[in-house]
Ligand binder design. Sequence first.
Ligand SMILES: [Zn+2]
Ligand SMILES: [Zn+2]
Length: 375
Amino acid sequence: MLGLVYDGEKAEIRDDLAVRAPGPTEVKVRLVAAGLCHSDLSVIDGVIPWNVPCVLGHEGAGVVAEVGEAVTHVAPGDHVVLHTLAFCGLCKHCVTGRPAHCRKSMGNASQPFMLGGEPAWNFAGASFFSEYSVVQANQCVKIPEDIDLSVACLIGCGVLTGIGSVWNRTDLGLGDTCVVIGVGGVGLNVIQGARAKGAGRIIAVDTLAEKEPFARDFGATDFICSTPDLDLPARVREMVPFDGPATTAPNTGPFGAGGVDYVFECVGHPALLQAALDMLDWGGTAVAVGVPAPTTTVDTRVTLLTHVERNLTGSRAGSHRPQKDIPLIVDMYRRGIIKLDELVSARYPLTEWRRAADDLHDGKLARGVLQISEP
Ligand SMILES: [Zn+2]
Ligand SMILES: [Zn+2]
C-alpha cells in the first residue's frame, strides 16, 4: 500500500508499505482523507524528533476496515474521525475527564508497519498519510455517514486544538475579550470557538493582510496586520482601553490598564507569547497553543503574575475529550454554528503532498487535505 514515509533524511511516498492486523483492542481503518498539519512538517524539519522510518499524518478520517475482538463501539463500514489521544481510560486523569493528561496518550510510538520488509514506526499513534492504519479503539469516533470525510478529517487535530483551547482551557464566556495571534488552521478554530462561547471582542492578528476576510468570516470582530515595528500590546490596549471607574491614574502605571481577558498564541513564537502576557487585562490568561522547538523558553516579569494575577498556561491539542468534543463539533457544524467546509483551502491526491506542503509553508492554506481513497 501507499504511504508518506520520513526516513530521517527525506520524506517520500512509498508503495512497499504494509500494516499488521489489529490487536484485540485495536481498529484497522481505511483512510479516506487526512489534513496536512504543521506538526507533520515539523518532523521532516527536525523540530519534532521522532523514530525513523515513520509514516506521517495525524489528522484523519476514514472507514473502519477491521476491528479487534474486544472492540464493540465501532464495526466495519462505520465512518470515523480519528484523533491521536490514545488514552488509557483507567488512570486518575482519564476518569476525571482529562485524557490529555493521561501518560499513555503521549508519544505512543510503536511499529505497526512494515516498509520493504523491515519494521517501520507510526507517528503520534496515528500515521494517517497511508491507505490503512491501525489505531487504538478509543481513537475512533463514529460520525454520521452523510458528513464529508474530507472535511471531517480536520476535526481530529486542527479543529480540536483550536476550539478546545478555548472551551477546555479557559472560562471564556459572554462578552469576554480575546486576541488570537496567527490566523492559520488552528487560529481560525480558536476564533470560532470564542465566537461560539459568546466572546464580545475577538481581535485576530496575522502578518498577512489577506487573512483578514477569513478571520472575520470565522468570527473575528477586529483584525491587526502585524508588522515588525508594531508594538502589539500597545495597539491592543488602545483598542480595548481601561473602562473601569476613574482612579488617580487609570491608564498608566507599571502594569498597564486595559487589555483583553484572553490571548491565544497559535504561532509558537516566544516573543509573541511574551507579548501576549503584556496585552492582558489584570487577571487575564495567555494560552500557549502553537508549538515551538522543544527547548524554547519565555522570559517574563513575575510581578505580572504576583501583582495583577495574569496567567500563562498551555493547551495540548485543545485538551480535548474526544468522545464528547468530536460529536459536539459535528453537531454544531450541522447546525451552522461551527464552520468546517471553509477550512479546506485545497484538496490534493496523496502523491502530491509536496505541493500541499509548499502551499502551507507559503501561508496559502487554512488547511490542505490529502485525499487518500474514495469514501
Ligand atoms: Zn496537528
Ligand atoms: Zn489514562
